[in-house]
Design a protein around this ligand. Structure first.
Ligand code: SF4
Length: 459
């Protein structure tokens, strides 16, 4: 990697500040529960007026046991009957959502996230698949992905997933070292990961992602390098390698981790640099924040074609789809309105019992939000900005509108993270590690106090 005079460590020390991951802009912090019902109604009426292609997200909140690093919205339980009750409510919600779509709308992307989708039994998964097909028109080329916890996934689960049309699986691995696994309360022998990967392929689910986390207790550059070696041997198509975000004030489970065991910033950085340097040797390309994909993977092609997008699941293809989330806490993203379902399961059920969509918070985007979103998504997904293209698409003169931001960008340019040229700017190879920092220059809410306390550090 190329860094001008300053070492990577100096840069990280300077730029490692709390900041959003920009899975959306504005971020969920701007959502409010004080909203006029008309806003949502208007959005739904507009949505139903024309056929559109949508992406459906289903949140399955249950997990059998608590991983101490977890930042997800989940419910820890061993009672699988709760899955049946939850499906009853997903069915009600799917009916309401389907009524809010034009009958010719089709579903081009489906994702099961959690929690643990494979908390559901194989029979319950088949039921979920059939409720989706009863309520929505699923396109024959649908990208249908599911998050898998290899500790809770039998061959029958995989057969059920394959039967309902799943074609992509994301396996939570985090780290293969036994001591690290003990420290985070997630014991997952590598054999389990390897068996589940083989079974997925055996049943035709061939697009495989692995999720790893660096910055966990007891991890060192050596143990993490070993984890990378272990998982590359299984030849996944993509990796997501996340920096562990320690925010125990917001994620209380994290208080269980022993803070004395965290790696130093320098050690953590070595893990990141190792991933970025090593994975290309195995044929993976750095897509952007946390994500790597094989050269011929759809994500790589989307990067080249400019159709890469970010949504609440990270990087994704198919930028044109309207995202609709079902299940407690799910976040839906329309062009002008974002909204989030109830995070409390009782209130989520209560709303559906009344025949209402269980929406708890919304955010109506202003023109200014949409303009800034365009800039931030372009930085996160393409790593460059072309002023004449921006003018063509928005009618706005970039240099005039963002003159203050461009002035502030000069400091990042001196550090070698960005290159400004006459018609625009681009993120350098080194700058791609700091995409969040570059994006933050254009975030209209970044000065607000809540941003400083609610986000993880950017590196
Ligand atoms: S990390 Fe995944 S499996 Fe573990 S508690 Fe969180 S949602 Fe559940």
């Amino acid at each position: 990697m190329l860094f001008k005079e300053k070492t990577l460590l100096e840069l990280v020390t300077r730029y490692n500040v709390p900041g959003p991951r920009y899975t959306s802009y504005p971020t969920a912090l701007q959502f409010t529960d004080q909203f006029d019902d008309h806003l949502l109604k208007e959005h739904l009426v507009k949505r139903s007026a024309n056929a559109r292609s949508v992406s459906l997200y289903f949140h399955i909140p249950f997990c059998f046991s608590l991983c101490w690093y977890c930042g997800c919205t989940k419910i820890i339980t061993r009672d699988q009957d709760r899955g049946d009750v939850y499906l009853d409510y997903l069915e009600k919600e799917a009916g309401l959502v389907s009524n809010s779509l034009h009958p010719d709308s089709d579903v081009k992307q489906i994702h099961f996230g959690g929690g643990t989708p494979t908390f559901l039994t194989p029979v319950q998964l088949i039921r979920l698949g059939s409720l989706i097909r009863r309520n929505f028109r699923v396109h024959e080329d649908v990208e249908f992905s599911v998050e898998i916890d290899p500790r809770r996934c039998t061959e029958d689960h995989i057969k059920a997933l394959s039967d309902i049309g799943v074609n992509r699986a994301s396996l939570g691995v985090q780290d293969t070292n036994e001591q690290v696994q003990k420290a985070i309360h997630r014991i997952q022998p590598f054999e389990q990961t390897s068996n589940v990967t083989a079974l997925l392929r055996k049943h035709g689910i061939e697009d495989i992602n692995f999720d790893l986390i660096y910055g966990l207790p007891l991890q060192t550059a050596e143990t993490f390098a070993r984890s990378i070696e272990d998982v590359t041997a299984l030849d996944p198509d993509r990796f997501a390698i996340y920096s562990y975000a320690h925010i125990p004030s917001i994620m209380p489970a994290q208080k269980l981790l022993n803070e004395d065991q965290f790696p130093t910033t320098e050690e953590k950085l070595k893990m990141l640099v190792y991933s970025i340097d090593k994975l290309p040797e195995y044929g993976y390309r750095y897509i952007g924040m946390d994500h790597f994909a094989k050269i011929d993977d759809e994500l790589s092609r989307a990067l080249d074609e400019g159709s890469l997008q970010r949504n609440f699941q990270g990087y994704s293809t198919r930028a044109e789809l309207e995202m609709i989330a079902l299940g407690m806490s799910g976040i839906s993203q329309g062009d002008n309105l974002y909204y989030q379902n109830e995070k409390d399961i009782g209130r989520y059920y209560e709303a559906l019992d009344k025949g209402e969509l269980p929406v708890h918070k919304v955010l109506q985007l202003t023109d200014e939000d949409r303009l800034r979103r365009k800039v931030i998504m372009q930085i996160m997904c393409r790593g460059e900005m072309n002023y004449s293209g921006f003018l063509r698409e928005t009618g706005v003169d970039f240099r005039e509108k963002f003159s203050t931001e461009l002035e502030r960008m000069k400091a990042l340019e001196i550090d070698g993270l960005v290159e400004q040229f006459i018609g625009g700017f681009r993120i350098t190879d080194s700058g791609r590690l700091f995409l969040r920092n570059v994006s933050m220059l254009f975030d209209g809410y970044i000065g607000e106090r809540q941003h400083k306390t609610a986000y993880s550090k950017t590196v």
